[in-house]
Design a protein around this ligand. Structure first.
Ligand code: SF4
Length: 112
């Protein structure tokens, strides 16, 4: 057994208690955006799609399709439209079905 393991067992040092308790550092993690449907217009959705480098966003008619599994939480969409996209704070994103990571967000804003 490596010495660092013995030292850790002797001192009882742990680096995290997750998932039994949330790790304090989770508040500092970048998380995927949360979009506000009421301010999303087709034009704004197209701008968000254009700035997304990982193709996590697409427009399908009156829907903004958000593939959370492809999102890298880069923040570009939030920088483009801070009134329409905020931090979700969600970092536990595991799913057993791929489709559960795809959100369909209705465009509810009025076009100018
Ligand atoms: S945070 Fe970045 S990767 Fe995620 S949807 Fe916005 S632009 Fe795309």
């Amino acid at each position: 057994m490596p010495l660092w393991t013995l030292r850790g067992l002797r001192r009882g040092i742990v680096t995290t208690r997750y998932p039994a308790r949330p790790d304090p550092s989770s508040a500092l993690l970048p998380t995927p955006p949360a979009f506000r449907p009421e301010v999303l217009t087709p034009g704004l959705a197209d701008r968000l799609v254009a700035v997304c480098p990982s193709r996590a966003l697409a427009r399908d008619g009156d829907l903004l399709v958000f593939d959370v599994g492809a999102c890298t939480a880069c923040g570009r969409c939030q920088a483009e439209a801070p009134h329409a996209a905020g931090d979700s704070g969600e970092f536990e994103l595991a799913a057993t079905v791929r489709e559960h990571l795809v959100k369909r967000i209705p465009l509810g804003g009025r076009s100018a």
